[in-house]
Structure formats: structure tokens, C-alpha cells
Design a protein around this ligand. Sequence first.
Ligand SMILES: [Zn+2]
Length: 318
Amino acid sequence: MQGFNKYYPPDYDPSHGSLNKYRGKHALGDRARKIDQGILITRFELPFNIWCGTCNNHIGMGVRYNAEKKKIGSYYSTPIFSFRCKCHLCDGWFEIQTDPKNTRYVVTSGARQKDEDWNPEENGGFAVHDTEGSAAPVDPLAALEKTTDAQNYLVNVQAPRLESLQSVSEHYNADPYALSSKVRKRFREVKKVEQQKQKADDQIRGRYGLPETFSLLEDDEAARQAAKEEWERGKQALALEESNKRRRLAVDIVSIPTSTITRAPRLHPKSSSNSKSLSTNPINSLRARILENTARQSNPFGQPRATLGNNHGLAFRK
Ligand SMILES: [Zn+2]
């Protein structure tokens, strides 16, 4: 509160100057105790993390010191200040200077700065480079050479290319009517063929009740051949299945009489004479024998022959 102490002693005479001068004190008080060396004591806050060079302790950013501020030079008209601080963990001193050229602070002695500058390339960004160096050459001869090169390129390469493009364009646009009629004639022919195909497809769709959205294959030689092969294969498969079914049916018929022939007379007494006549019929007996043989050939482990023969014998006796 030194600056606010406005006590005027009784012997004070304004002709001697200000109160501070009268007392032999600086207006900034104790902070100006080294003002004769050009040093002012200021409060200085560390702008970055450092390691003290004397005790090797880490000192964090933001720690404040009563630093000796001193002007040590200038960058153009901007003064360069140095701040000399005494480490609070030891008695060592370190010095930090302003760097107006790069708008930053640098540690000049007594400590090491922790390098934590933002590096865009390290953090997935792009560094900003000085692009001023790649400006156009100021050499008039070089500039002249450049324009001459450009003119040569224009005359020797670009103009002929443009002319050839123009001639091609003129060739195609000379008789638009002929070109158009040629195109339309061809289009008409193609359209006729397409319509015929469409008609045939529609007929097929109508015949088999296929939906409109069902797309049919192009009717060419390969497709026809493939369809024929498929048809043959399907026919063979059908024939094979048919023969298998017939054989199975034969086995069934041979094995059925064991139950039907013995049971039928009891259920339907009236038909007993009928079944007897059926069994006695020589054609029927022959058929039964053939079927029996076929069954034995195709299924030798099925119904044994002896039982069959017995059953038939029973039917005969009844
Ligand atoms: Zn220290």
C-alpha cells in the first residue's frame, strides 16, 4: 500500500517536488529497488513446464515468481525482456526471455523447457508451410521465356488440335437429315424384330399362364440345345421312375393276397364263389405265378414262396 500513503509531513514544501522525491523513494516502492541497474521486480508466471537446471525438479506451468524484469534488446521497435527468477525449491536462478519474432518465450539459462508445442503432423493434421517461396520468378528474361513457350505451345499444339476437332464436328453435322434418316431406318428394323419376339413371348406366357413380369430367355441356338438336353434328361428320369414304380407295385400285389384272399370270404360270404372262380381261372393263376416269380427275382428276401403256395392251396381247397 506504499503508493497510497499520502501522509504529508508538516515540513513538506511542494517546491521541492513530489512526495516520493521528498522522501527519497520510487513511485513503485520496493519493486524498484534495483531500478538503477535497469531491473524492475515483477510477478512472472511460467508460461510452460520447465525442469530446474540446478535441482532438476519439475516446475509446472503457472507457477509465479518475483522475477527481475530487464530490457535486454529489441526486435525492430519491440523491446525484448528477460525475466530472472529464483527457483522456489533450491537457490538456483533461471532466465526466460521474450521472443517477439516468434511471439513466444524461450528459456535462455538455468532450466530446460518441456517441449509441448502443438505438432499438427503428430496429431493427424497438416503442417502449414511457407508458400511464399514458390511465387512466380521475378527475372524478366525467365518471364519472357515462359510467355514464348506458352505461345509456341498454343501455335504448334493447341491450334491444330482445335482445328481437327472442328473438322470432325463439321463432318458429322454437315448433313443431319441423312444421318437422322439412317438412324431411324435402322431403329425401325430393330423395333420390328423386337416386337415379333415380344409377341412370341406373350403367346408362351399366355399358354402357360405365366405372370407378365416373368422374363423369358433369348431364343437362340445354345438355349434351344440346352432345353433339348434338359427335356431328354427329364424324359429318362420319368421313365426310370415309372419302371421302379411298376416293380414296387408288382411286389405289393404278390404280398397282398396273403391277407385279402384269406380274409375276403369271411367278410363277404356272397363273393366267395366269385373269388373261387377268380382263383380257378387259368389266366389268373398264370398271372399270379408270373408276379410271384418277378417278386422273387427283385426281392429274394421278401415273402417266402412256401407260405404263398400254402395260401394259394388253401384258396384252392375252399
Ligand atoms: Zn531448483
